[in-house]
Design a protein around this ligand. Structure first.
Ligand code: ASP
Ligand code: MG
Length: 424
């Protein structure tokens, strides 16, 4: 019997009515002749509310306690969903991450899954029931409850799908699938029918809020096909990393560009007057790494022969900005730079597509589109299948639209539908 793992996000299980609708969908899948394992997120904004609750008693909650608190959200939705499914005459049992055998490292708040031993889940399916698993949580070696980071239920679903060798991992959300750009910025964004996992990884890593990054990494590593679709409709969504040769789309030529991602959450640090000698960058980025910052783009200017000094700029998550600046200040004597600047008014637009590999001229076209829109480029970085450009934050939306249009991604048909919630 085919095995389907279905993950329902917070907006799909926001209230009792939604949970009953989801229960119906699960039962239909089961009755169509599939084994079904379900992963749920916390209802609606529960996780944020729990965070607020913690913040109202302490500014610095202990990580361990915060994790126990946050996992409560998914425990509520899993139990209620199991009840709703049973009510429809199909046996259902809910399991916490720990009970489901989701083993993680001990990094509270951002734990990584190190193994999945889903014995009880497998037994529940064998007995003809539906297993409901709380997303976003696991257990560490020391038997402490951990969470996987915001949006982590996607990763739970993919990890379970891999461990159970499921035929597909369906990620249900409140939009019809992945789009060529954020429909809130580009109303003419087109739904993507299928996309490779490496393209999805690049989109997600560069700001597209589509799936938990780790989920995509996991799916890619274990070859789990993902189907992102709406829990509010039964339309085909977006297939990720799936061999599409059987489908009706196979006759169409693969598009060169998959989509345009944007990211508003980065800041830029410029270190001015760094001695241009071997080891300077190594020392500088050792300090940055020590501050825990994940650096994205780096640009080093040509040094002026007269001074023997150079400037180095790099981007990093805004959230890491303060700590990194403080660490660089503390190391000023050792690094020997002249000045430091921090700029959080930057935006990043990224064009992603596997077809870039074999199509020259993509960057020229991108730069031209930005030039035509009067947008200045501050930094550029590329991978084999991506070109990213840093702009001023206030022109980022214009940049996304200009690039989207230049690469003929605009749809002439229906506008993207967001059914409710936040798109998560
Ligand atoms: N409930 C958690 C969050 O809101 C995990 C998830 O939804 O995937 O981040
Ligand atoms: Mg959520």
């Amino acid at each position: 019997m085919p095995l389907v793992v279905q993950k329902f996000g917070g907006s799909s299980v926001a209230d009792a009515t939604s949970i009953k609708r989801v229960a119906k969908r699960i039962v239909e899948t089961k009755e169509a002749g599939n084994d079904v394992v379900v992963v749920v997120s916390a209802m609606g904004d529960t996780t944020d509310e729990l965070l607020d609750l913690a913040a109202s008693v302490t500014a610095k909650p202990a990580e361990r306690e915060l994790d126990i608190l946050l996992t409560a959200g998914e425990r509520i939705s899993m139990a209620i969903l199991a009840m709703a499914i049973s009510e429809l005459g199909v046996p259902a049992r809910s399991y916490t991450g720990q009970q489901a055998g989701v083993l993680t490292d001990a990094a509270h708040g951002k734990a990584s899954i190190v193994g999945v031993v889903p014995e009880r889940i497998a037994r529940t399916i064998q007995d003809g029931g539906v297993a409901i698993v709380a997303g976003f949580q696991g257990v560490s070696e020391t038997q402490d409850v951990t969470t996987l980071g915001r949006g982590g239920s996607d990763t739970t679903a993919v990890a379970l799908a891999a461990a159970l060798n499921a035929d597909v991992c369906e990620i249900y959300t409140d939009v019809d699938g992945l789009f060529t750009a954020d429909p809130r910025i580009v109303p003419s964004a087109r739904q993507i029918t299928s996309i490779t996992s490496e393209e999805t990884l690049e989109m997600a890593a560069h700001g597209a809020k589509i799936l938990h990054l780790r989920a995509v990494e996991y799916a890619r590593r274990y070859g789990v096909p993902i189907h992102v679709r709406s829990s509010f409709s039964s339309k085909r969504g977006t297939w990720i990393g799936h061999d599409d040769s059987q489908s009706e789309e196979s006759s169409m030529e693969d598009p060169i560009i998959a989509g345009v991602a944007h990211d508003r959450s980065q800041g830029k640090i410029t270190v001015i007057g760094v001695p241009d000698v071997p080891g300077a960058a190594a020392r500088l980025f050792a300090v940055v790494a020590g501050a825990g910052a994940n650096v994205d783009m780096i640009v080093q200017n040509v040094s002026s022969a007269a001074t023997g000094l150079t400037d180095i700029s790099f981007t990093l998550p805004e959230a890491d900005g303060e700590a990194t600046i403080a660490a660089l200040r503390a190391a000023a004597g050792d690094l020997g730079y002249a000045d430091l600047r921090y700029d959080d008014q930057i935006g990043k637009v990224s064009l992603v597509g596997a077809g870039m590999r074999s199509h020259p001229g993509v960057s020229a076209k991108l730069f031209n589109a930005l030039f035509d829109a009067g947008i200045n480029i501050e930094m550029i970085s590329t991978s084999e299948i991506r070109i990213s450009v840093v702009t001023r934050a206030d022109v980022l939306d214009d940049a996304v639209r200009a690039v989207h249009t230049a690469f003929d991604l605009d749809s002439s048909e229906s506008e993207a539908v967001v059914y409710g919630g936040t798109g998560r």
